[in-house]
Design a protein around this ligand. Structure first.
Ligand code: FES
Ligand code: FES
Length: 162
């Protein structure tokens, strides 16, 4: 089937098998390997991307279901050589160890902060509960998400979050 999709601002068109998962389209057809496959069963969140601005686990979506959509992957966040504020917060707060879950965590955090720009710690934990970190670095991930919220809200708030 022919599908068209705008991915990180670039239009793509491909013939794909109807059974092709979105995560395999992104990784194997487009060569964007940031979204990882940790489970293939909708459990870990390592494959999280934004589909029309909403976070989805791309191992759960068929590529053909995303036909006509706007897709953002982790590769689309950094602009002009600068990390996105969520990426910067993860870096600054050591919110990654092996890094396998990180692309999904960053995308899920971005989606959470879009829906709820000033989450409490409990809301961050709830919002990210669909993303697993096998290195169990949750404490710093939550700290990074709160710092990212503050950074996106303005520099003065960021100071308060330290
Ligand atoms: S690979 Fe998609 S949720 Fe784990
Ligand atoms: S940093 Fe290793 S899985 Fe999260």
């Amino acid at each position: 089937m022919k599908i068209r999709m705008r991915v990180n601002g670039t239009q793509h068109e491909h013939d794909v098998e109807p059974r092709l998962l979105l995560v395999h389209y992104v990784r194997d057809v487009l060569g964007l390997t940031g979204a990882n496959v940790g489970c293939d069963t909708t459990s870990c969140g390592a494959c999280t991307v934004l589909l029309n601005g909403e976070s989805v686990k791309s191992c759960t979506v068929l590529a053909v279901q995303a036909d006509g959509a706007e897709l953002t992957t982790i590769e689309g966040l950094a602009a002009g050589g600068s990390l996105h504020p969520v990426q910067e917060a993860f870096r600054e707060h050591h919110a990654l160890q092996c890094g396998f879950c990180t692309p999904g965590m960053v995308m899920a955090t971005l989606s959470l902060l879009t829906e709820n720009p000033k989450p409490t710690e409990a809301e961050v934990r709830l919002g990210l509960e669909g993303n697993l970190c096998r290195c169990t670095g949750y404490h710093n991930i939550v700290k990074a998400a709160l710092a990212a919220a503050a950074a996106l809200d303005g520099p003065a708030q960021e100071e308060n979050a330290r």
